[in-house]
Design a protein around this ligand. Structure first.
Ligand code: PMP
Ligand code: GLN
Length: 384
């Protein structure tokens, strides 16, 4: 994580956002919305500050938020959770993932199976926990894995199968067949399923199917989510872990020494957000689906081969038809050539798999439609 000269290597998101800022390019790299979330949620945080919710929260989170998380899981997925024992509030999904892996990994012989490409913090957290990451490649352009590859990656050393559905960076929604196979393999090899579902309300043709709802899964699954994407409040860094009480308590044991607790006034505000009517959540998915469509149309018109995301903020393209042989070079040149920033998919894979994804680029659709249309016009100049 440190460069030869002792600097911390910036994450790909920090690097590409800095590139967008310095060049004035449209930032379709780092996934963050350019409009803030619902006013009622913003107002609830202001009110919490005014009402004095400004000191440490309880270690698991305020009961109001724990209950709202449990009620949300019941309302959308039929999952029954005891808010006092089976829910934990974290500093975003990032801390939830790190604390979960640190809690579950026993030693260097433990393996974590993860679909590849993967969100950048996964490999870092697996390394911090001292385990070995075993990647299962996803196929261009549908980004599902081969079930044989999945089965051969899981064995008795597998401590965790780490799923992210909908998936960053590819935008894929895993097929039921894949999720069923994850559950079957977890049983067979006595592994824990850790599922990152931060894009749960950004499935375009819902409903979202949490892996914890599959037969036999809940008893061995820790589910992670976050307010960032659902409420367009990525800077609030408020997330949660849900699952069997003894597993959640193990995560709490680690979490309390990472951050102790997160920002208090956000918690009642997120609780208010989670209690919004169904129509709000439906509109979150429909709005992002419409944006992804605008982005996809623009990318196709610009000459890219374009995948069809099932959810999330992201669309992946192949830049080879535009002459790219290396997506990293292509993305670093793109601000000067077209005034747009995207992220090379190679930033999300292990060195051994870079060739397989060499010309693929991730673009984020979580921007205002006029910004996406402007980006599409700029990209059209590439093939002109
Ligand atoms: N997991 C995935 C798949 C993500 O895309 C992100 C954020 N972009 C996170 C985790 C981190 O979420 P948070 O900001 O809540 O820590
Ligand atoms: N999750 C966001 C993305 O994938 C960025 C989060 C970050 O910057 N760490 O773009």
């Amino acid at each position: 994580l440190l460069a030869a000269d002792g600097r911390a290597v910036p994450t790909i998101f920090a690097e590409m956002t800095a590139l967008a800022t310095s060049t004035g390019a449209i930032n379709l790299g780092q996934g963050f919305p350019d409009e803030d979330g619902p006013e009622v949620v913003l107002e609830a945080a202001r009110r919490a500050i005014a009402d004095g919710v400004n000191q440490y929260a309880p270690g698991r989170g305020f009961p109001e938020l724990l209950t709202a998380i449990a009620e949300h899981q019941k309302r959308f997925y039929g999952l029954e959770l005891d808010p006092a024992r089976e829910v934990l509030v974290t500093v975003g999904a990032t801390e939830a993932l790190a604390a979960t892996l640190l809690a579950l990994i026993d030693g260097p012989d433990d393996e974590v199976v993860v679909f590849e490409p993967y969100y950048d913090s996964y490999a870092a957290s697996v390394a911090l926990a001292g385990a070995r990451l075993v990647g299962v490649p996803l196929r261009w352009p549908d980004f599902q894995p081969d079930l044989d590859d999945l089965a051969s990656a899981v064995n008795d050393r597998t401590r965790v199968i780490l799923v992210n559905d909908p998936h960053n960076p590819t935008g894929t929604v895993f097929s039921r067949e894949v999720l069923d196979e994850v559950v079957r393999l977890a049983h067979l090899h006595d592994a824990i399923i850790v599922t990152d579902e931060v894009y749960e309300h950004l499935v375009f043709d819902g409903p979202h199917v949490p892996i914890a709802t599959l037969p036999g899964a809940a008893e061995r699954t820790l589910s992670i989510s976050s307010a960032g994407k659902t409420f367009s409040l990525t800077g609030w860094k408020t997330g949660w872990v849900t699952g069997p009480a003894e597993l959640v308590t193990a995560v709490l044991a680690v979490k309390q020494f990472l951050t102790y607790v997160g920002g208090s006034p956000f918690q009642p505000a997120i609780a208010a957000g989670l209690r919004l009517p169904d129509a709000f959540f439906a509109s979150v998915a429909a709005t992002m689906a419409a944006k992804a469509k605008v982005l996809g149309t623009g990318l196709r018109a610009a000459g890219f081969d374009v995948s069809s995301p099932g959810g999330s903020y992201f669309t992946v393209v192949d830049a080879a038809p535009l002459g790219a042989t290396d997506a990293g070079t292509f993305c670093r040149e793109l601000p000067a050539r077209a005034g747009v920033v995207g992220i090379p998919l190679t930033a999300f894979v292990s060195p051994a798999r870079r060739d397989r994804y060499a010309t693929l680029v991730r673009f984020a659709a979580c921007k205002r439609v006029e910004v996406l249309s402007d980006a599409a016009e700029r990209l059209a100049s590439l093939s002109g």
